[in-house]
Design a protein around this ligand. Structure first.
Ligand SMILES: Cc1ncc(COP(=O)(O)O)c(C=O)c1O
Length: 377
């Protein structure tokens, strides 16, 4: 290793940063980022300026790429999401937001006049994406449990029956882990005789939970999704943000063709793309394997249920959706927010029971919570 030119003071700053991150990682219970991973075997790939620029299914002149590994990752995700055989396309994104942007982009290209419907509980980045794309949109009410209010959706769709809907479905909302029911949404559209529609599924966190449970809610391509975005750094865990987006190939080809016309098969949103994150995802999938993934998901779900029971036994009204590791409770007092990394919204908070959130951490969290309630005015 080449000795670095860093001054002792700057080295100390890095040491202090490392210590701060190490301490914070164990207290991160409110954001869905799995901290339990070891990618040491991949560190040597940081020696190269690797880049997966362009479409992972087409060759590129830039040979320092990992597209072969990217395609294997995509094939695994296609299986997890029940994508139609040989009729899907996708790429490794910079995160869930880019995947959502891609899905909404495809939808808008297919239905330029379409209106996007999304619930109040949708991630904040989606309104921004719609604004960027100049896509007409209408916010639908949410039910108290975080699911889309299907009666409000029906009524709003009925009023705009002449315009193709672009449904932005939450497959695990950020705050409550609620899953919008794709079967119900399709039933509403069928009732209203709406033929042309596009459904994008934002499965940022739950997209790596639902493939491994016995009774998943309807959420994937088999249930009518046209595109799905999943974060890589959430359930799987990764030191850099990343994700996967998959879409029906026929829809993507319509966009690819229009870009070929100007001389390039530039199917992804970003030009230069990380070649390291596909390697991280590939390594994680190959080392955990499907049995390991299933085991991880089941342990997290069991621990989430344990957290609900422990909180309730201290008089804290905690609850969670089926197949969800998001444990919802009333917003904790300020003292708790200082000690723990919690993401509050309005009057609620949540514990996201990822792989690194052990029962010991849950116990410490619950006893802190109970104590802070006693001491708060
Ligand atoms: C439901 C949902 N969608 C989208 C996102 C954005 O994903 P990312 O942070 O990977 O861009 C999040 C992030 O928490 C989320 O919870």
């Amino acid at each position: 290793m080449t000795p670095s030119n860093l001054s002792p003071a700057d080295r100390q700053r890095l040491d202090a940063l490392h210590e701060r991150l190490r301490a914070a990682s164990t207290r991160n219970v409110g954001y869905p980022t799995n901290q339990a991973f070891d990618y040491t075997e991949l560190f040597r790939f940081l020696e190269f300026s690797i880049n997966n620029v362009g479409d992972p299914f087409h060759s590129t002149n830039y040979r320092l790429n990992t597209m072969e590994f990217e395609r294997e990752v995509l094939a695994d995700f296609a299986r997890f999401t029940q994508a139609p055989a040989d009729e899907w396309w996708g790429y490794v994104t910079s995160g869930g937001t880019e995947g959502n942007m891609y899905g909404l982009y495809v939808a808008r290209e297919i239905y330029p006049e379409g209106i996007c419907y999304f619930s109040e509980d949708t991630h904040y980045s989606v309104a921004k994406v719609l604004r960027l794309q100049h896509t007409r949109n209408i916010m639908i009410k949410s039910q108290p449990d975080g699911q889309m209010d299907y009666a409000d959706l029906r009524e709003t769709l009925r009023i705009h029956r002449d315009v193709p809907p672009i449904i932005f479905a939450n497959i695990g909302t950020t705050m409550k882990g609620a899953v919008d029911d794709l079967a119900k949404i399709r039933e509403i559209m069928e009732d209203l005789a709406i033929g042309n529609a596009y459904i994008h599924a934002d499965a940022a966190l739950s997209g790596m939970i639902l493939p491994f449970v016995d009774q998943p809610q309807p959420w994937n391509f088999a249930h009518g999704a046209d595109s799905i975005s999943i974060s890589g750094h959430k359930m799987l865990g990764s030191p850099v943000p990343c994700g996967v987006v998959l879409a029906r190939k026929a829809n993507v080809d319509r966009i690819a063709r229009s870009i070929e016309y100007i001389g390039a098969l530039d199917t992804t949103i970003a030009g230069s793309r990380s070649a390291f994150s596909p390697l991280l995802l590939w390594y994680r999938l190959r080392t955990l394997r499907e049995a390991g993934l299933r085991d991880m998901v089941h342990k997290c779900l069991e621990n989430a249920e344990y957290a609900v029971q422990q909180l309730r036994s201290h008089g804290i009204e905690a609850w969670r959706h089926p197949n969800s590791i998001t444990v919802v409770f009333p917003k904790p007092p300020p003292a708790m927010m200082e000690r723990w990394i919690i993401a509050p919204r309005k009057n609620i908070g949540h514990l996201i029971v990822m792989q690194h959130v052990s029962r010991a951490t849950i116990d410490a969290f619950v006893s802190d919570f109970a104590a802070s309630l006693k001491s708060s005015p």
